[in-house]
Ligand binder design. Structure first.
Ligand code: ATP
Ligand code: FE
Length: 356
């Protein structure tokens, strides 16, 4: 079984070819990712219109490149998979149109995949992970706990009620004059700081459940910065490092405590091998990873974090999700819609129109 996947829901254009052998093992034959970061750098964020045009321009090239790296031709393929949402609608439309064109020209079955399902299923591509497992998805745009019960069956246990942590890391970097993407810059700077200098809040820890909030933390950091600037007439290196360390420690504490709670509910299922998985760009953070690994160990759960290239946006996860879903559902028709919103725990088949 050989599947071509396409991904264009944010600022990366990606194509990948995966093959599943008779033994059930899946191999990534190619995974091409073209980042648009340089196109958006001057604007301080992704500009949807620019992103959509850029996707439309490079999708064909990415497909050719993925096929050539995989030493594959169109006749070797068994299906086309594409991100059909959620995401920036212009980019999603570009990918869906490209996939429909390929499917129409070749007669291959077409699978519209939920981008979040792609992220959430990735641990099964890289590791020996059985359903159901607990997934913490933490990225630039998302933060949620998912119980992954099957390729097409997800329950959301809780998540952020405002910003995603990645977004908060990026904002904090901007407030402190660090480079983008903010996550790596804040993590680096935090290494020479003390987390105890500034008392930053741990939002929603006093409330039951797994919901999280990060926007108040951002505002608290802004106030602490302004107070420091007023006091020192600028932002001394040490203060900047202390602010980064304080912010990161607050995010770590919130994620750790909420993960403990999500694990508690999940462990009630009394599975032979309980597993906690993380995915998303923020899972690259060493302090967060180490802490979550410790939380899993205390709870007696296995901890799985896919390699970073498969944690951030890519098309291998889209092709893989389609492969997993093929066993349980029919392909999509040419009425497959691009959806800006598509919560994971609603019915999977994409409905006509832009679902809410
Ligand atoms: P989504 O997948 O939700 O649509 P996205 O594509 O923007 O969003 P990713 O590519 O998964 O998200 O992750 C990017 C985010 O991860 C950025 O916000 C970035 O700052 C953050 N990030 C990357 N490395 C680190 C790190 N070491 N520490 C904290 N955050 C990080
Ligand atoms: Fe993503």
């Amino acid at each position: 079984l050989t599947v071509l996947g396409l991904e264009s829901s944010c600022d990366d254009t990606a194509a990948a070819v995966l093959r599943r052998g008779m033994d059930g093992r899946t191999e990534i034959l190619s995974s091409v990712v073209r980042s648009q970061t340089n196109l958006h750098a001057a604007f301080g964020g992704v500009v949807p219109e620019i992103a959509a045009r850029a996707h439309a321009e490079v999708l064909d090239y990415c497909v050719e490149e993925a096929l050539s790296q995989a030493r594959c031709a169109i006749p070797d393929l068994d299906a086309i998979a594409v991100t059909a949402g959620p995401g920036l609608i212009g980019g999603v439309v570009s990918g869906v149109m490209c996939a429909k064109g390929l499917a129409a020209a070749t007669g291959l079955p077409l699978y519209g995949v939920n981008h979040l399902a792609g992220h959430a299923l990735t641990p099964r591509l890289t590791d020996d992970v059985a359903y159901p497992y607990l997934m913490l998805l933490v990225s630039g745009g998302h933060c949620q706990f998912l119980l992954v019960k099957g390729p097409d069956a997800f329950s959301r246990l809780g998540g952020t009620i405002d910003d995603a942590p990645g977004e908060a890391f990026d904002k904090v970097a901007r407030l402190l004059g660090l480079t983008q993407p903010g996550g790596p810059a804040v993590e680096r700077t935090a290494k020479s700081g003390s987390a105890d200098t500034f008392a930053l809040p741990r939002p929603l820890l006093d409330r039951p459940g797994c919901d999280m909030s990060f926007s108040g933390l951002k505002t608290a950091l802004l106030r602490a910065r302004d107070t420091a600037v007023a006091q020192y007439g600028g932002l001394p290196e040490q203060v900047r490092a202390d602010l980064c360390a304080g912010f990161q420690a607050a995010v770590v504490d919130v994620l750790a405590e909420k993960t403990r709670r999500a694990l508690r509910d999940y462990l009630d299922l009394a599975l032979a091998q309980p597993t906690l998985c993380v995915a998303g760009g923020v899972a690259a953070n060493g302090a967060i990873r180490t802490k979550l690994e410790a939380v899993a160990a205390v709870a007696g759960a296995q901890f799985v974090a896919p390699p970073l290239a498969l944690c951030t946006d890519n098309a291998a996860m889209i092709a893989f999700a389609a492969m997993e879903q093929m066993e349980t559902r029919a392909p999509d028709g040419f009425d497959l819609a691009a959806r800006p919103r598509w919560p994971l725990d609603t019915a999977q088949p994409a409905m006509l129109g832009s679902g809410k």
